[in-house]
Write a protein that binds this ligand. Structure first.
Ligand code: ACO
Length: 344
């Protein structure tokens, strides 16, 4: 172990940011020509006006590479500088290898560990907590963490209850060990309650069948199978608002901070009404909450890093500001990170 990395002084910082949205934009009106919905219904119930969708040959790893490359450039690093690469995704390109392996190869990297995290829309928040712990323990100096999704591949485009909600994209951060003790990633809080798993899920298209004795061998593939999201939206909504309120209180307490210490709330972008409810609980003016759900829709694990990247590119982040990231997801899995911004 590198003694510098293991020192108590080591803090973990966001050194670079990147984001990518596929070129194709689908408006609410275009959707309304496909299913029984309207621009007015979608805007008023969700705040969404449009979403980006992948091209037929564009994969989750392609989105991840574009966001990851931008984050590396922003950090002033190259792929050979990395000690690890992690992709948070609900829509991996394959069962295996991990999407992170594909991204590593496409970026020209080799040798360092690469793995995926599956915590649905909370994947980036989980990833940040996991990597911060590993980096503080001295395992890595520079890590690329990407949230990347092609949700449009697992949406049932004939189900108006869900197809209006999701979009595709990727957001990325380079995390680096630094010596500015006053700033960096602070304590995170993570939760999961599997009792709620059936309220929001996408089943395997084909679970496969182990061969039974006496049966003839057949190819273990169901060619017709496609996964699709199922959601009991009302119940998800109600529990999300409660759990997000709780986790925000918990992460503030874990960092000995008050609601009024938050400079920016960077929430998972699922529904504008959930965002407004969380801001209200925090007594936070809406100008201090990042909103991208109107333009991006729900990009699952990509939504928090895309929102962070949006704020950064607008010049909104100043040294020493306190950021609260939070997400709620299928599982249910939810969590929050606090960061004191360290870039000058
Ligand atoms: N267009 C028009 N009407 C619709 C549509 C649509 N796209 N979708 C549903 N409706 C109808 C319903 O059929 C229902 O009609 P009925 O009263 O005749 O039965 C009516 O609108 C009301 O439906 P509700 O489900 O009560 O609508 P609600 O106000 O709850 O909004 C929504 C639905 C937007 C899905 C909301 O519940 C929501 O945002 N839930 C949370 C989503 C979320 O946070 N997900 C978590 C993250 S996702 C992840 O982890 C992968």
């Amino acid at each position: 172990m590198n003694p510098l990395l293991a020192s108590k002084q080591a803090t973990v910082h966001i050194r670079g940011l990147g984001g990518y949205l596929p070129e194709r934009v689908m408006s609410n009106d275009e959707l309304a020509a496909m299913v029984d919905t309207s621009d007015e219904w979608i805007r008023s119930r969700t705040g969404i006006t449009q979403r980006h969708l992948v091209a037929p040959d564009e994969m989750t790893a392609d989105l991840a590479c574009k966001a990851g490359k931008q984050a590396l450039d922003d950090a002033g690093l190259i792929v050979a500088d990395l000690d690890a690469l992690v992709v948070a995704t609900t829509t991996p390109d394959m069962i295996f290898p991990a999407t992170a392996s594909i991204v590593q190869a496409k970026l020209g990297g080799q040798g360092f560990p690469a793995w995926d995290i599956q915590a649905v829309c909370s994947g980036f928040v989980y990833g940040l907590a996991q990597l911060e712990g590993m980096m503080r323990a001295g395992m890595f100096r520079h890590v690329l963490l990407i949230g990347a999704e092609s949700m449009s591949r697992i949406v049932d485009w004939s189900d108006r209850n869900t197809c209006v909600l999701f979009g595709d994209g990727a957001g990325a951060v380079v995390l680096s060990i630094g010596d500015d003790d006053a700033c960096g990633i602070m304590r995170s809080v993570l939760h999961c309650d599997g009792a709620y798993r059936e309220l929001l899920m996408a089943k395997h298209a084909n679970r496969g069948r182990p061969p039974q004795s006496g049966q003839s061998v057949s190819m273990n593939v169901d060619a017709a199978g496609v996964s699709a999201i199922h959601m009991r939206g009302n119940e998800v909504f109600r529990i999300a608002v409660n759990k997000l309120g709780e986790v925000v209180t918990e992460v503030l307490a874990a960092n000995a901070m008050k609601k009024s210490d938050i400079d920016w709330l960077i929430p998972h972008q699922a529904n504008i009404r959930i965002l407004h409810a969380t801001a209200k609980k925090l007594h936070l003016p809406l100008e201090r909450m990042v909103i991208t759900v109107d333009q991006h829709a729900n990009t699952s694990s990509a939504s928090v890093p895309l929102a962070l990247n949006h704020l950064y590119r607008q010049g909104g982040l100043k040294y020493g500001q306190v950021l609260l990231l939070e997400a709620f997801a299928g599982g249910f899995a939810w969590g929050a990170n606090m960061i004191r911004w360290s870039r000058k």
